[in-house]
Design a protein around this ligand. Sequence first.
Ligand SMILES: [Zn+2]
Length: 133
Amino acid sequence: MSHDSPAVPEVTARLVFASGEWTEARARVIERSARWRRSSALMQLGLWLLAPIVFFIPPHLPWVLVVLVVGGMRAMSRFREHRTLVSLHGSCPKCGTDQDFRETGRMKRPHLVHCANCRWELRADVPLSGPAS
Ligand SMILES: [Zn+2]
């Protein structure tokens, strides 16, 4: 996976079930700076450069709209990516299954993950690891 970087230190996190039960987990999170979010969003907007090219593919206009919408959505997603979850490993507070959670990428507030065994929704709480530069 492109996000996987061994340089990101592992921190202690919590997996919280709706009833309040929780277990300790290990997570790797990248705090994104405003500068990274801006430049990354602009790179995603680069997709818009394809608009004049896809215009020549019939039925013309729908492809242009698809390129504009997809580029805009990807840029917005990157601009809102304050934290990137690289990895999350822990045991489910509901059933106890030890696992690697796959819901990585942009961290939402709250960031919800699903247990691969019991399918219950868990909240991943990862403390801030310092200010982003
Ligand atoms: Zn479970």
